[in-house]
Write a new protein. Sequence first.
Length: 253
Amino acid sequence: MALSLAACGGSSTTTTAVVDTTPVVDPAVAAAEAAQAAAEAAQATAEAAQAAAEADLAAALKPAGQTIALTSSADVQSGGAGDDTFTATSGTYGTGDVVIGSDGSDTLNIAATGNVAAATSVTGVEVINVNAAVFATASYDAAGVTGATINFNNTQTGGATSATVNNVGSSNSVVSGTQVTGTLTVDLTSTSANATIEAGAARIVTLTDAGSGGVTVNQTNVGTSVPAQPTTKSVSTVTAMLLTTLRQFHPTA
């Protein structure tokens, strides 16, 4: 029960108690937390050092790729251990040129303003980009190319929508690229085996000589494939022909 002294004629005195709210820190706990923080910092430093060492090792084992330009003369160019890029034009790529990709994932970029003649040999190059800037249908002669994916693009605004790739040998792939929405004509060598045609947006795929080892055609745009009549046809060739024909009448097939 609260009693006012003033009411009784007396005087009152107010006393305020001050409470110390500072937390009590156990020295042992503080020392343990400091030690843990130091250990975590040391671990982070060690992990950063390990990552840097691994990056240095990777760089030593696989150096940076080179950029190698072909000239108008007959070139013999070899890449290194990195991912190399070879560059050429329809005027610098051709007879006498030998391109060796070596290690790494290598690319050959050809800027074409017309037809591209065949090189003597292109090996160890994983990707060949033929970038044609033309209004008329251009061609690339793939004779001498082994084991590459050949992307044919037309970079000319309003340019030709058809393209031709000749002399496609074994284990090569031909890909219909930018703006090739008309006819993709592919001429395979008579001994070609395991070739693949990625028709992409090309409406018509024309094959001349399916090769003794056959060719696989992947045609996503509903159109037609017109193969020539080679001496022999493999099962993959016949399958591609039937599937394409089926799609003409049954687009969902």
